[in-house]
Design a protein around this ligand. Structure first.
Ligand SMILES: Nc1ncnc2c1ncn2[C@@H]1O[C@H](COP(=O)(O)OP(=O)(O)O)[C@@H](O)[C@H]1O
Ligand SMILES: [Mg+2]
Length: 359
């Protein structure tokens, strides 16, 4: 028997070129994807991670990885869909997901493919559902009917051996139980809710404060709270994901909050990183953009102060530094433009002043 041409480790290594600081999530995802591709039962996955921690980036990285593998293309029918779209779907729950998988199958297998081949390709699809927290069953204490309907819709698709759906006036039936579902969301407020339960609830005993020393040398005590150590299915039910829905996910993975050092790496390392993209822009005007280590650390430090944004904060910080220079790239009169720590600190300081003035 021929062995499968791809190992989880290779998928991991490839995804790690794009996604930084989320090794555990990437590992689990790599194993799930390879299991699925070899036809082994693969666990549906639920990714929980704060805004800007890399959920969407990770989903896109898998999509791109599979699209780039010519030898896997036939077994890799992948779609990514926003949960909001699902909630908007009026023409029957299956259509948004299965209709797109079928369209994809047609593109992959070509116009000459038989219906049974197309449906087989649909049945082995991978479905990413982003922002799944948007379909919670209640919002601010009120029932959210669209969310409930969308969760039920997904539920019907998962582990269902005979789902009917209509496309172009034709009715199809598929066994969707082998489709791999990977869903992700920020689940804002979940962190606080679990933290509360862990600190003032019945779980308080195991948590002991630890001493931390910050980059500036400040020493303080902190509770070593990591959502993944405390998160239970129950917390997700209370958040508004129905028990039937959540229990379909055998694997719940909590993404890390990105540390300053991760942010620094994200800023420069990935192929389409902010710095590389900016560098390519300047190159068009014959300018070689460079950055000092001090500047890089200052940018990462500033971004890390904006906790709610995760890696998204890097863009705002960098825009302040680079904005004027982008306006007239050759203005410096030099072929090498180096961003140093002083430039970064000045732009940060001018924002702080701006904020102070507005208050
Ligand atoms: N772990 C990460 N590795 C690499 N880039 C990341 C990571 N997290 C976030 N980013 C960057 O930050 C931006 C927002 O990330 P995204 O994946 O959309 O976050 P979310 O978790 O909210 O879906 C993207 O431009 C992405 O490049
Ligand atoms: Mg996202």
């Amino acid at each position: 028997m021929d062995s499968f041409p791809l190992r989880p480790r290779e998928v991991f290594e490839e995804l790690s070129k794009t996604v930084v600081g989320q090794d555990e999530a990437i590992r689990e995802l790599s194993v799930a994807v390879v299991k699925h591709l070899v036809g082994h039962p693969a666990p549906n996955m639920l990714l929980v991670g704060n805004s800007g921690s890399g959920k969407t980036t990770l989903m896109r990285a898998v999509e791109q990885f599979l699209a780039g593998h010519a030898d896997l293309i036939e077994s890799a029918n992948v779609i990514r869909i926003n949960a909001n779209v699902l909630a908007e779907e009026h023409q029957g729950y299956g259509r948004a997901v299965l209709g797109r998988l079928l369209a994809n199958a047609r593109r992959i297998l070509g116009a000459a493919a038989s219906m049974s081949d197309l449906l087989r390709c649909v049945e082995h699809g991978i479905v990413f559902i982003d922002e799944v927290d948007k379909i919670r069953a209640q919002v601010s204490g009120q029932p959210n009917v669209r969310g409930i309907v969308a969760q039920e819709a997904l539920l019907t698709l998962m582990e269902n051996e005979n789902v009917e759906f209509d496309v172009d006036g034709m009715r199809f039936a598929v066994n969707s139980s082998n489709i791999l579902f990977i869903v992700g969301g920020a689940f804002e407020e979940l962190y606080e809710a679990v933290f509360r339960r862990a600190t003032i609830g019945q779980d308080v005993a195991p948590m002991k404060p630890v001493v931390v020393v910050s980059a500036s040398g400040e020493v303080r005590e902190e509770l070593p709270f990591h959502l993944r150590d405390y998160l239970k299915y129950d917390d997700l039910f209370r958040y508004g994901m129905t028990p039937q829905f959540v229990s379909r996910f055998e694997s719940i993975v909590v993404l890390n909050d990105l540390a300053e050092s991760d942010l620094a790496r994200i800023f420069v390392e990935p192929e389409a990183s902010i710095f590389r993209t900016s560098r390519a822009y300047f190159q068009r005007f014959g300018v070689d953009l460079q950055i000092t280590r001090g500047a890089l650390i200052a940018i990462a430090w500033d971004a890390a102060q904006q906790k709610r944004l995760g890696a998204r904060a890097l863009r705002e910080t960098f825009r302040r530094v680079i904005g004027n220079l982008e306006f007239d790239p050759a203005d410096a009169g030099t072929r090498v433009l180096t961003i140093d720590e002083k430039m970064v600190k000045q732009s940060i300081a001018s924002r702080e002043q701006g904020t102070a003035r507005r208050q």
